[in-house]
Design a protein around this ligand. Structure first.
Ligand code: FPP
Length: 243
């Protein structure tokens, strides 16, 4: 992959995924190749993120989820963690009006624990409030997010409510996920040539189609999304059955 040869009109005859989720990987390597600090790679990832959202709007994809910070990313050097917190905040301040105008509903999935600075939480809340009425697409930023943590949180909430063991089932667990209204991803894209899930949406991606692209995240543009959707359209989804 890597070319930009697929146009929107090539895709409109086939199924458009309802929910596309992205692991935005490779910012650090993109920066290292240029002799830049890792944080410069994250900064360059902003344009890729915005272009991917534009591409989703072009295709009419109603749900997009982007992995912006994982529960494991706290292990990174303190200055990179600090940068990513501040970057989330500044990105919201700089981009929320334009996303709002485009009809994007912004949401955040993840733990709101003490490690996320109050100021950052406030910007997240403001952005969610501002855009809550939009329905053209829902952009969920997975931030301080872990798939296992989400399942733990769901089970904790069932236990806290005294739900009986025989009422603990797939339906009740799903109802306690961060966003029970969100359909499971049809398509997951991971960039930078890594072939891992890395604790992303573990419950939700049971039947997702996975597309791996060698492009480093800062170089990702909507054309890469279109290619991934073309790959998706060529696959046969059987959900454990036969065709
Ligand atoms: C993975 O690249 C990327 C991240 C951990 C952050 C992704 C975030 C963005 C693209 C911008 C949006 C971010 C926020 C906080 C709103 P990496 O650093 O793991 O790269 P590497 O694998 O090459 O080291």
């Amino acid at each position: 992959m890597g070319g930009h040869t697929v146009a929107v009109s090539d895709l409109t005859g086939g199924p458009i995924p309802t929910h596309v989720a992205c692991v935005m990987d490779g910012n650090g390597r993109w920066a290292a190749r240029r002799g830049l600090a890792r944080t410069e790679g994250h900064a360059a990832g902003e344009a890729a993120l915005l272009d991917a959202v534009e591409g989703a709007l072009d295709l009419g994809i109603p749900w997009i989820t982007m992995y912006a910070f994982s529960t494991e990313n706290w292990r990174r050097p303190a200055d990179e963690v600090r940068y990513l917190m501040g970057f989330n905040e500044s990105l919201l301040v700089r981009r929320r009006d334009e996303l709002h105008q485009k009809g994007v509903r912004i949401r955040f999935a993840g733990r709101r624990d003490w490690r996320v600075p109050k100021r950052v939480l406030r910007r997240m809340d403001e952005s969610m409030e501002l855009t809550a009425g939009n329905r053209r697409t829902t952009l969920t930023m997975a931030f301080n997010y872990g798939g296992r943590a989400e399942i733990v949180d769901a089970v904790r909430s069932l236990v806290a409510d005294g739900v009986a063991p025989d009422k603990v089932n797939e339906k009740s667990i799903r109802s306690r996920l961060y966003y029970p209204d969100q359909p499971d991803p049809d398509l997951v894209i991971r960039t930078s040539g890594e072939h891992r899930i890395s604790n992303f949406l573990l419950w939700q991606l049971a039947y997702s189609e996975l597309v791996f692209d060698d492009v480093l995240w800062p170089d990702f543009r909507r054309g890469h999304l279109f290619e991934a959707v073309r790959d998706f359209q060529r696959r046969q989804r059987r959900y454990g059955g036969v065709t």
